[in-house]
Design a protein around this ligand. Structure first.
Ligand SMILES: NC(=O)c1ccc[n+]([C@@H]2O[C@H](COP(=O)([O-])OP(=O)(O)OC[C@H]3O[C@@H](n4cnc5c(N)ncnc54)[C@H](O)[C@@H]3O)[C@@H](O)[C@H]2O)c1
Length: 450
């Protein structure tokens, strides 16, 4: 359905009303503790489960997964927490639909393979759930992204993509510095997902990491599903860790927007070489032609004139780095060399160690909650993303990262595939906000609350 038709059909007089309100119109909250359910308690879901069980304001009332091993370890986590065992839904690929029939669910967290997110997010909203937290990637095709946006508008529900890197301590300190004008006017930004995933994409079906060259039914955890995307797709398959923080730095969907995008892909060698090296040229998977280029590079231009360079690099030997660069008229920060430079403050033409600056400009959220965040996944940032989702749901207010953010960040994948498919053509970026980006104001992490 076209946006215009959608607005007509829902009887809304102006496009602006189709955009979700900042404080909500929902029915009143059902109980003191948030009643939450989860689909997908694999390795990522179990991280979320542990965090949720450690909170006194959340009741995990049901979980759903199809993998007995994942359910067994989840049950162990629950038993260890001393909390009541939630209802368990399992048995087939659609057992989660039964779970959605439960009454009075306040919120859901979805941590399943990417190809399930769209359907699970939309069905959750159709079931009346107003707070949907989904792991990264909103859908596969561009249309999937539109479908989720339209469903969120129709059901007046909040969809938050649980992009944890937005809460990384250095990333947030830099946000603080950006907001205080330390880098001047921002001009160019870089980021990406540069992570050697060869032993995640192939394992022995028993261990999560390496030990074999299997994937699909013979693999386990991400090797079971993620690797297929490298077989059949060529694009930036995982843009959100890089683009999320960048989007906050330059107020995307809030006074700014992505205008167009162009992607380039290198040849694909890394995954094949890995199989041959680890398991020999006779291994059946050595015959596979992987479609995903080893390094995919995407340029994006923005309405306010900034350029963004994103890289997806998951098939070659390399240490992990998201490769952030935030550059303005007065200086820049780069995470790879952990350095920054600020004109007039740093010694001319010399990199300065970023640490002192990042400590000084520590974001108020980290200053307040770092004790609670201690020990949670990915250096503490996982605490913050769950905290933000739960606090929004408790207060029945809009999530600070909303469905428009999720759609814009995640749509980079299908758009990059289209660009590469068309011989590196520049493709227009859709405006999921329907023009509201011009009026919306920044809301992310404005204070030390959540
Ligand atoms: N933000 C991060 O740092 C981060 C880290 C890891 C993974 N992730 C994301 O989390 C999501 C899950 O990844 P993971 O590493 O946990 O993968 P995983 O394979 O370990 O877990 C996925 C789980 O979903 C279950 N599942 C699949 N289909 C299902 C269905 N129809 N019904 C119910 N359960 C189903 C699987 O059995 C499995 O337990 C992905 O979107 C991934 O990109 C994010």
């Amino acid at each position: 359905m076209l946006r215009k038709e959608f607005i007509k059909q829902t009887g809304l007089a102006a496009a602006s009303l189709a955009v979700l309100p900042a404080s909500d119109l929902f029915a009143s909250h059902t109980g003191e503790k948030l009643k939450l359910v989860m689909i997908g308690v694999g390795l990522r879901g179990q991280n979320h489960l542990e965090l949720l069980l450690s909170r006194e304001d959340v009741d995990v009332i049901a979980i759903c997964d199809i993998d007995n091993r994942m359910l067994t370890s989840s049950k162990e986590i629950i038993t260890k927490s001393g909390k009541k065992m939630p209802q368990i839904f399992t048995g087939d690929l659609y057992a989660w639909k039964k779970m959605l029939e439960l009454k009075n669910i306040d919120a859901i967290i979805i941590a399943t393979p990417w190809e399930w997110h769209k359907e699970m997010v939309i069905s959750s909203m159709e079931a009346g759930i107003k707070y949907v937290g989904t792991e990264v990637m909103l859908g596969i095709t561009l249309q999937d992204h539109w479908d989720v946006v339209k469903a969120a508008e129709k059901h007046k529900a909040h969809v938050m993509m649980l992009e944890n890197v937005c809460y990384r301590r250095d990333v947030m300190a830099v946000l603080n510095m950006v907001r205080q004008g330390m880098f001047g006017e921002l001009i160019h930004l870089q980021g990406g997902y540069q992570h050697d995933l060869r032993e995640v994409k192939f394992n022995n079906g028993i261990d999560a990491y390496g030990g074999g060259c299997e994937f699909g039914d013979k693999g386990w955890t991400e090797a079971r599903w993620r690797t297929h995307h490298s077989v059949y797709r060529n694009g930036d398959l995982y843009p959100t860790h890089g683009i999320g923080p960048i989007a906050h730095y330059i107020n995307i969907n809030r006074g700014n927007r992505f205008v167009n995008l162009c992607s380039f892909s290198s040849k694909a060698r890394g995954l094949h070489n890995h199989i041959v090296k680890k398991c020999g040229p006779e291994h059946p998977n050595a015959k596979i032609n992987f479609k995903l280029g080893d390094v995919v590079t995407t340029s994006i231009t923005c309405a306010n004139g900034e350029t963004i360079l994103l890289q997806h690099d998951t098939n070659l030997p390399r240490p992990y780095s998201l490769g952030f660069r935030v550059q303005g008229t007065e200086g820049l920060w780069m995470d790879v060399n952990k350095s920054l430079y600020i004109e007039g403050k740093s010694k001319p033409h010399q990199w300065e160690t970023a640490k002192e600056w990042l400590d000084k400009y520590d974001h108020p959220l980290w200053a307040r909650w770092s004790k609670e965040a201690q020990g949670s996944g990915h250096g503490g940032m996982d605490f913050y993303v769950v905290h933000s989702f739960i606090e929004s749901a408790k207060r029945r207010t809009a999530t600070q990262m909303d469905v428009y953010d999720a759609a814009a960040w995640s749509a980079i994948t299908p758009l990059s595939e289209i660009s590469i498919e068309k011989g590196n053509e520049t493709v227009e970026f859709p405006d999921f906000t329907g023009g509201q980006w011009m009026y919306r104001k920044p809301v992310f992490a404005l204070n030390n609350d959540y």
